[in-house]
Design a protein around this ligand. Structure first.
Ligand code: KG4
Ligand code: ZN
Length: 348
């Protein structure tokens, strides 16, 4: 259905880049539904198994899309466009979402919108909030800076407009989410370990075990040295006391989390001072971390920033962020041909 200028714009969005199958419906940028199906099958393997992820997406996609339409009270004939995650991600997972999106767009004869997953994480900060949860502006003003921290990426992004973004800093090796997950694995915790480190850290002392902060020039990050330092630290202590990890789990988790958070926020502070930007956001799975959320808000007060954090459900992978990005792309007429293909890696 092609809208006139006053008609609402209704978008169905699909996210399937890793191990969450998600579908959201937005109307004029407001999220009407956001259904997410996780995949517990990977837990026993200590990480996402790509082939199993693709198969689970195939099982989940129809029920998830159906549930999103029902919850939104929306019919297929009300849709104006289909948005989907085109890149980056696991290719088999992306193919399920992209083929489904293309088929639906073709069947309904409506435009297709290809979305970059990392751009969508940033734009999760532009999803309107139902009621202001706290004082201050509801949405960031342009230009703003976003620290995007996920399982595969760590970036500082300078956003000039919804569709014009510049990566001004990124990790040279592991992503922040990987630093959490690999540390958790060394502690014997299951995948994904980030949320578990967060949970144990809440009753721990972050100053108990000092860990090194890498000295990386400019606005880039590195986490591989920290991972090695944690490995040796745990090996040394466990050699002297086999119960070291169990007896000190909360303090170890708090120390690891504290160091990852300070590495992230020190670079963000540097980026804000260099650019003079005062509206700052965080995004991506690691922005669900309670230590990062608190420290970011506190730093915002001392630095005089307006700080923005997406609600939990829009931090880890979700289709609502694909819908809001699709909405802005729709407004600018940025549509993809049916010949578009999914891509495991892609620059913005
Ligand atoms: O954005 P996301 O859901 O998927 C990717 O695009 O990668 O991010 C997943 C990452 C995982 O590494 C996971 O451990 C981490 O986000 N994560 C957390 C928390 N919740 C999710 N890390 C630390 N604390 C959390 N509460
Ligand atoms: Zn993600």
């Amino acid at each position: 259905m092609q809208p006139t200028s006053t008609d609402p714009i209704t978008i169905l969005a699909i996210e399937s880049s890793c191990d969450e199958t998600s579908c959201a419906i937005s109307r004029d940028g407001v999220i009407l539904s956001n259904i997410i199906a996780g995949q517990a099958v990977h837990e026993q393997y200590g990480g996402v198994v790509p082939e199993l992820a693709s198969r689970a997406h195939l099982q989940h996609i129809v029920p998830v899309v159906d549930a999103a339409l029902r919850q939104a009270g929306c019919t297929l004939s009300a849709l104006n466009a289909i948005a989907f995650t085109q890149s980056p991600g696991l290719i088999g997972s992306l193919l399920v979402g992209s083929q489904f999106a293309k088929s639906l767009a073709l069947a309904l004869n409506i435009p297709l919108i290809a979305v970059h997953h990392m751009q969508a994480h940033v734009l999760a900060n532009l999803i309107p909030k139902s009621a202001a949860a706290r004082p201050g502006p509801a949405l960031p003003s342009f230009p703003f800076l976003c620290l995007t921290v996920s399982g595969g990426h760590t970036q500082i992004v300078l956003c000039h407009s919804p569709l014009k973004m510049e990566v001004i800093g990124e990790t040279l090796d592991d992503a922040a989410g990987e630093a959490f997950d690999k540390s958790a694995k060394l502690l014997g915790l299951p995948y994904p370990g980030g949320p578990l480190i967060d949970k144990y850290a809440q009753s721990g002392n972050p100053a108990r075990f000092p860990l090194p902060e890498p000295q990386i020039p400019g606005l880039n990050f590195s986490f591989s040295g920290l991972k090695t330092a944690i490995l040796y630290f745990l090996q040394d202590h466990s050699a002297k006391d086999p119960d070291f990890i169990t007896a000190n789990l909360a303090d170890i988790c708090a120390s690891i989390q504290g160091r990852i958070v300070s590495i992230l926020l020190n670079k963000l502070k540097k980026a804000a001072r260099q650019t003079g930007v005062k509206d700052l956001c965080i995004a991506g799975g690691v922005s669900a971390n309670s230590g990062l959320r608190t420290a970011f808000r506190e730093l915002g007060i001392t630095e005089g920033w307006n700080t923005f954090i997406p609600p939990f459900e829009y931090c880890t992978d979700n289709a609502a962020m694909i819908a809001i990005t699709g909405h802005y792309k729709y407004l600018s007429g940025d549509f993809a041909p049916l010949s578009v293909s999914a891509s495991a890696r892609a620059e913005w």
